[in-house]
Write a protein that binds this ligand. Structure first.
Ligand SMILES: *[C@@H]1O[C@H](CO)[C@@H](O)[C@H](O)[C@H]1NC(C)=O
Ligand SMILES: *[C@@H]1O[C@H](CO)[C@@H](O)[C@H](O)[C@H]1NC(C)=O
Ligand SMILES: *[C@@H]1O[C@H](CO)[C@@H](O)[C@H](O)[C@H]1NC(C)=O
Ligand SMILES: *[C@@H]1O[C@H](CO)[C@@H](O)[C@H](O)[C@H]1NC(C)=O
Ligand SMILES: *[C@@H]1O[C@H](CO)[C@@H](O)[C@H](O)[C@H]1NC(C)=O
Ligand SMILES: *[C@@H]1O[C@H](CO)[C@@H](O)[C@H](O)[C@H]1NC(C)=O
Ligand SMILES: *[C@@H]1O[C@H](CO)[C@@H](O)[C@H](O)[C@H]1NC(C)=O
Ligand SMILES: *[C@@H]1O[C@H](CO)[C@@H](O)[C@H](O)[C@H]1NC(C)=O
Ligand SMILES: *[C@@H]1O[C@H](CO)[C@@H](O)[C@H](O)[C@H]1NC(C)=O
Ligand SMILES: *[C@@H]1O[C@H](CO)[C@@H](O)[C@H](O)[C@H]1NC(C)=O
Ligand SMILES: *[C@@H]1O[C@H](CO)[C@@H](O)[C@H](O)[C@H]1NC(C)=O
Length: 808
């Protein structure tokens, strides 16, 4: 009966609304809910400008419903606030959000209050709730002072929106914190939270389970948080930190007012900033800690974390996820459990070395471990194993000098390093004897098959691989050149490249994507072999991507000859460039062969042609994303060839990597990298402009001065150029003034145009080619504002060299 009445009421309201088109109608786009209204079923409240919407939602495949606020106008349902995080309802038509006793209250199917704003309020019919265009839900009473009784911005969930304060209210003693969801299907408070440190340090921290801090923003110094230097380069957000006796908070705004941006405390344990790209996706362009494995206990007990592969977490050999469901939802915190329990009583009796069932340890190599329980000084390392065996609660041991480290109970925070990092240590984890099978009784198990080869299928797979290797080995002993694939690329075998590079002995250099080694092919061609790091793509996708890169051929681009893709190994084989990379010639020892002005000008022009080809002449436009002297290679005639193109796409647009290189020094990166907007070819134009100044000056764009501060040469160079100063004074002293003044002026002006903040003001690569060729003229450019910002912030910035940034 009541149902019927409700439906009748709703119908009447609906018809009334249609008829009157008034804005009091919940469910028809009204932004206000009055005391006589409710939100139930699929009804929603929509903010006045149509930006946000409030109503019941169901996260992922869960069957639970929650009251939440999400962006109305984007394709991907993105929830920014949840009312009943911990108490879902199952029937949204029988549940209702309404104003009751002056509060906003959520009633479940049985009309029981499961969530309320809980403010002292008179039961007044003038109380109403408004959803604002900034995402704030406000409970107001016009006849009351103050009018605002409650607002959702004071009670954030996991999202921090522009305009909302995140901090500590000293009068109500309430600390606003962002708390992650448990997983993508459960908005209940998870393990990670971000909050203001209330001990007066004026810094924010991320906590694990409300207590253990694993990241801090550093103190506010009036302009930026000290550990977040990239804030200093940001032109797209206004940040403000306020502290007084009443409250301390941090607030931010998006300058253009229409870019959708948000910070979230992610289920990954990282704080992330994202912006909505017009192409229908969230772009996560800032995250801390930058590496997933920097989040404590992320993979749970007996899990192992790897930053260079997906999924980040795996169970150790002999273990399986405690809950496969949560594991599939990327919630790894539950960790892993043994497939077979260690049976101490019986197994410790097995002392015979040849007994198959003797309890053993699996050896994990190149691991970072933490928090051993005990350190025991022993005479020999053999003692470690038996010591661990004797104590049933010992789960693992590691050798350490003449002693051993012992772990008791759960093993946490193990990190697996990749092949090219060799700083790891070895850990021995105890397994039940039966985990090792009974076929190998002669030698200790040496495998580090960490959860990748799980189950008995793994045994079969390994066997098959062995068979294949045994069968194929003799044939390919020395011949193995490889097979032709799409286009002109050669697929090499790993062993062949290993031979060709003399087991990767002659390192030519390294970059963001991996180390490069010199090699010689069978036909005596000298090549450069790049070992890619962190390629998260599958074999097929990798080959597709590579064959695209293989079709790109231009006299000013380094030619890709072939590749290798075996298991997790991904290598690229390029033409070898005898004169190495440009940086050594520009910034190296100045005594020997200085690049003449003529050569520099030619290099700049040809580089521009190579990039023009990449941007505009290929079938798919390729943005290089990493233009710098290290990636410009010189052949025997000093003809420049741009290297490393296409790789940014190959390894995914890894913004955290961009950020690590950006820390403290703007370098070659355009300001839009830090703003979260879409990256266009104009980002390469910016980097090219910075490089032009380096051609002129023969010095790096940023150099630490004696007091450790950064001097950003382009700022000075731009002001000299624009103010009509003496551009000769910018010239590399080792050129001794030998430069064509007209060319020099042209280069400086183009450079200034290239480094404009507004990318639409920057010329295209095609225009740059024409200017450098002298076909079109170049006017005096305006001064790029960001450089001024940089100059202003300069005194607050600490210099982080390449070496310190590449470690993290
Ligand atoms: C609900 O209350 C508001 C203001 O209190 C009033 O203007 C509106 O007409 C009422 N709506 C209904 C359907 O009673
Ligand atoms: C929801 O379930 C379907 C079918 O079971 C599955 O294909 C899909 O990936 C699931 N979605 C999420 C977000 O888990
Ligand atoms: C909603 O999206 C459409 C298409 O993306 C756009 O045209 C419209 O202006 C947007 N409306 C608002 C209020 O943002
Ligand atoms: C609400 O009112 C009660 C009774 O008047 C009072 O004891 C309580 O402190 C008030 N709470 C708040 C948060 O003001
Ligand atoms: C988090 O801390 C609470 C006590 O503060 C404890 O009961 C709970 O077990 C902890 N959670 C984990 C996953 O350790
Ligand atoms: C918070 O308020 C108390 C008085 O209620 C005052 O003594 C204290 O200094 C304030 N704290 C801050 C950080 O201003
Ligand atoms: C703190 O709050 C009191 C009471 O509302 C107010 O009078 C005072 O101006 C506030 N102080 C600051 C610094 O905002
Ligand atoms: C953005 O909004 C603020 C406040 O609503 C306003 O003061 C400012 O002028 C707006 N900025 C732009 C670029 O529209
Ligand atoms: C130890 O082994 C014996 C014989 O194999 C068996 O009967 C007994 O149950 C085992 N003890 C435990 C604790 O598993
Ligand atoms: C095993 O080691 C733990 C931790 O040192 C200790 O508390 C326990 O008594 C030991 N058990 C045996 C049987 O030695
Ligand atoms: C062994 O471990 C102890 C305690 O963790 C540590 O202080 C010591 O430096 C380690 N020794 C070696 C040789 O690693």
């Amino acid at each position: 009966m009541e149902m019927k009445n409700n439906q009748l009421y709703m119908l009447v309201v609906f018809l009334l609304c249609l008829f009157l088109k008034n804005h009091f109608c919940v469910g028809l786009g009204a932004d206000t809910m009055f005391a006589n209204q409710s939100v139930s079923g699929d009804q929603t409240i929509v903010s006045a400008g149509g930006v946000f919407e409030l109503g019941f939602f169901k996260p992922g495949n869960s069957s639970n419903y929650y009251i939440g606020i999400w962006y109305k106008n984007i394709s991907e349902r993105t929830v920014v606030w949840v009312a009943n995080r911990e108490k879902p309802v199952s029937d949204r038509f029988l549940s209702a959000l309404r104003i009751s006793h002056g509060n906003l209250v959520l009633f479940d199917e049985s009309k029981i209050t499961i969530w309320s704003t809980n403010v002292n309020s008179t039961d007044s019919s003038t109380v109403h709730a408004v959803l604002q265009d900034n995402g704030n839900l406000v409970l107001k009473n016009e006849n009351h002072s103050p009018k605002i009784l409650w607002e959702s911005f004071d009670h954030p969930a996991h999202t921090w929106l522009p305009g909302s304060k995140l901090g500590y209210n000293n009068r109500t003693k309430s600390n606003q914190r962002l708390i992650s969801w448990k997983n993508s299907e459960d908005p209940a408070p998870g393990l990670y939270s971000l909050e203001l440190d209330t001990s007066g340090t004026n810094s924010y921290k991320i906590l694990w389970n409300g207590s253990k801090s694993y990241w801090t923003s550093g103190a506010w110094n009036g302009k930026i948080f000290e550990m977040v230097p990239e804030m200093g380069f940001n032109l797209f957000f206004n940040f403000q930190y306020v502290t007084n006796a009443n409250e301390s908070y941090f607030v931010y705004y998006v300058k253009d007012n229409f870019t959708m941006s948000r910070f979230i405390m992610d289920v990954s344990g990282q704080i992330k900033q994202l912006s909505w790209l017009p192409k229908d996706s969230w772009n996560s362009f800032w995250s801390q800690p930058p590496q997933q494995c920097g989040v404590p206990n992320f993979c749970g007990a007996f899990g192992i974390c790897n930053d260079k592969s997906l999924p980040f977490c795996n169970c150790l050999m002999g273990f399986e996820p405690k809950s496969q469901h949560f594991w599939d939802l990327k919630d790894y915190s539950g960790g892993c459990r043994r497939k077979t329990n260690v049976n101490c009583e019986n197994e410790s009796l097995l002392t015979n070395e040849n007994d198959d069932r003797k309890q053993r340890f699996v050896e994990l190599r190149n691991i970072i471990y933490k928090d051993p329980k005990l350190y025991v000084q022993l005479g020999s390392s053999a003692g470690c194993e038996s010591m661990c065996l004797k104590n049933c609660s010992c789960t693992a041991y590691a050798l350490n000098g003449s002693g051993c480290l012992i772990w008791i109970g759960d093993l946490l925070n193990l990190i697996e390093l990749s092949q090219d990092e060799t700083t790891g240590k070895t850990l021995y984890v105890r397994l039940a004897a039966s985990e090792f099978g009974s076929s190998r009784n002669d030698e200790k198990n040496r495998g580090i098959y960490i959860g990748v080869f799980v189950g008995s299928a793994a045994g079969l797979a390994v066997f098959l691989v062995l068979v294949v290797i045994l069968i194929w080995r003799p044939k390919n002993k020395t011949v193995g050149t490889g097979i032709e694939v799409e286009g002109s690329l050669v697929a090499f075998e790993y062993r062949y490249l290993q031979n060709a590079t003399n087991n990767f002995s002659e390192r030519l250099g390294g970059g963001g994507f991996g180390s490069v080694f010199k090699g010689t092919l069978q036909d005596s061609t000298v090549v450069a072999v790049k070992q890619l790091q962190s390629v998260n793509q599958g074999e097929k996708q990798f080959r597709t991507e590579i064959s695209t890169i293989g079709t790109i051929q231009h006299v000013n681009l380094v030619r890709l000859r072939g590749f290798c893709s075996e298991g997790t190994r991904r290598l690229l084989v390029y033409d070898y460039m005898p004169n190495g990379s440009l940086d050594s010639h520009l910034f190296g020892e100045k005594n020997s062969n200085i690049l003449s002005w003529k050569t520099r000008y030619q290099i700049a022009l040809r580089m521009a042609r190579g990039l023009f080809y990449l941007h505009e002449k290929c079938r798919d436009c390729i943005i290089h994303c990493d233009i710098k002297p290290e990636n410009i290679l010189l052949d025997a005639e000093f003809c420049p060839k741009v290297g490393d193109f296409g790789l940014a796409k190959l390894v995914g647009r890894d913004f955290s990597r961009v950020l690590t290189t950006m820390r403290g020094t703007r370098g070659y990166l355009a300001p839009e990298w830090i703003s979260g907007v879409a990256i266009t070819p104009k980002a390469d134009v910016y980097s090219f402009g910075i490089m032009l100044f380096e051609f002129v000056s023969g010095r790096r764009n940023s150099e630490p001065s004696a007091d450790g501060k950064v001097a950003f040469f382009p700022s000075w160079a731009a002001s000299v150029t624009i103010d009509g100063g003496d551009v000769q004074s910018l010239l590399d002293p080792s050129l001794e003034g030998n430069a064509d003044l007209e060319e020099l002026t042209r280069v400086c002006r183009v450079a200034c145009w290239c480094i404009q903040d507004d990318e639409t003001r920057r010329p295209s690569m095609g225009q740059i080619v024409q200017i450098l060729e002298g076909i079109i003229d170049v006017k005096v450019p305006p001064f790029p504002r960001s450089l001024r910002v940089f100059v202003d912030n300069q005194e607050t910035l600490v210099f982080f060299g390449e070496s310190s940034s590449s470690q993290s």
